[in-house]
Ligand binder design. Structure first.
Ligand SMILES: NC(=O)C1=CN([C@@H]2O[C@H](COP(=O)(O)OP(=O)(O)OC[C@H]3O[C@@H](n4cnc5c(N)ncnc54)[C@H](O)[C@@H]3O)[C@@H](O)[C@H]2O)C=CC1
Ligand SMILES: O=C(O)C1=N[C@H](C(=O)O)C[C@H](O)C1
Length: 273
């Protein structure tokens, strides 16, 4: 890692994607951080393009490179918003060289998460399904709401995203479910209900339901509904710009400087734990 006056060298994986391009732009406005590398998959049509130009900015001299060059490239922190398989390969490469990671990728299964935990034994990693301050505040509010409302209120989680999103429910919705389940002393794996159709029977009282909407350019909406007899409480977050996620990821990258190995999330970064 660098000393206090040297800019932190940032690399971005998934640079040509929606989040990658937003991260390139966010990095350019952030003092103390310097984009030094940008990666795409080895067959990407974006290879060789200037990262600044790709993000709609003036050229910044960083050419998009194949991720097969990642292990041999100089940087301090890799910010990865790709897909589960790519993220795990990148985490392994960073762990081997002790370089820090910020991971925003969602859709990892339990085995893949265990692999990430193993990588975090060798290098510091912030892994969070949502990097926005607002959503992370909502996690804390949800734990309080669930504790106060208890088992008398039915919990339903509704999320909406753009038509290109490939995983469902969103990583954020799943984390919201985990937070509520933990506060209520339930195991989400036992009580989650993912969508309903046909003769479903009455709602089990301990169910935590998920509903997924996909369409257009919705950046990311999440509502947790606590429905009781005679009243309802809704905790809602709506993202209107990907910059909120990108700025959170860059904050996490700066926070990682000189941290010991371990698996962290945005609750750690924001001091909410
Ligand atoms: N944690 C958070 O705050 C947020 C998380 N996300 C998550 O980030 C991920 C990416 O989202 P988007 O940017 O919308 O998707 P996207 O599909 O626009 O971008 C992903 C990019 O990764 C690239 N890629 C695939 N394999 C690669 C490899 N081996 N090396 C380098 N690049 C590779 C793809 O070519 C693509 O350009 C998703 O899992 C999404 O759910 C998205 C927004 C916020
Ligand atoms: O794919 C997205 O776009 C988003 N994914 C994250 C998730 O799955 O929770 C976060 C955000 O809502 C945008």
């Amino acid at each position: 890692m660098t000393d206090a006056n040297t800019p932190l060298r940032i690399a971005i994986a998934g640079a040509a994607g929606r989040m990658g391009r937003t991260l390139i732009a966010a990095c350019a406005e952030q003092p103390g951080l310097m984009l030094t590398a940008a990666f795409e998959h080895a067959g990407s049509g974006a290879l060789g393009l200037d990262a600044g130009v790709l993000a709609g900015l003036p050229a910044n001299g960083v050419a998009i490179a194949g991720d097969d060059t990642l292990a041999a490239t100089l940087f301090d922190v890799l910010i990865d918003f790709t897909g589960p398989a790519a993220t795990l390969a990148h985490a392994a490469a960073c762990a081997a060289s002790g370089r820090a990671l910020v991971i925003g990728t969602t859709g990892l299964d339990a085995t893949q998460k265990a692999e990430l935990t193993a990588a975090a034994a060798r290098t510091p990693i912030v892994f969070a399904p949502n990097m926005s301050v607002g959503v992370n505040l909502c996690f804390a509010l949800l734990a309080t709401a669930a504790r106060v409302l208890g088992d008398d209120f039915d919990v339903e989680i509704i999320e909406a995203h753009h038509r290109h999103k490939v995983d469902a429910p969103s990583g954020t919705a799943l984390r919201m479910g985990e937070v509520v389940a933990q506060a209520l002393g339930r195991d989400l794996r036992q009580c989650a209900v993912y969508g309903r159709e046909g003769q479903t029977g009455a709602r089990p009282r301990d169910a935590i339901g998920f509903a997924t909407v996909r369409g257009g350019d919705i950046v990311g909406d999440h509502t947790v509904l606590f429905a009781g007899d005679g009243e309802r409480i809704e905790i809602t977050h709506k993202a209107s710009s990907r910059l909120t996620f990108a700025r959170g990821a860059l904050r996490a990258a700066a926070w990682l400087k000189n941290r010991p190995s371990g698996l962290y999330d945005m609750q750690d970064v924001l001091g909410l734990r």
